[in-house]
Write a protein that binds this ligand. Structure first.
Ligand SMILES: [Cu+2]
Length: 79
């Protein structure tokens, strides 16, 4: 176990169902858009499973902002 982790930074992992991705190009588009947000640690878009998995610091960015970025990239959160 690492020492030195701070309690002020709280990393959450959220799997967001995302529709409209058809290829790795789409995954890249979504990833780039979500990565622009401050506090986002990593993004893994998966067009086969229709999910975007985001690791983020919930003190810096909200789930709503993550969802807005996905919509902004041109994809949908519901079928
Ligand atoms: Cu595509």
């Amino acid at each position: 176990m690492f020492a030195g982790g701070t309690e002020t930074e709280k990393i959450r992992t959220k799997v967001i169902p995302t529709y409209g991705m058809h290829c790795s190009g789409c995954e890249e588009t979504v990833t780039n858009e979500v990565m622009k947000l401050e506090g986002v640690k990593s993004v893994k878009a998966d067009h086969v499973n229709k999910t975007v998995t985001v690791k983020y610091d919930d003190k810096k960015v909200t789930l709503e902002q993550l969802k807005a970025a996905i919509v902004n990239a041109g994809y949908k959160l519901t079928e």
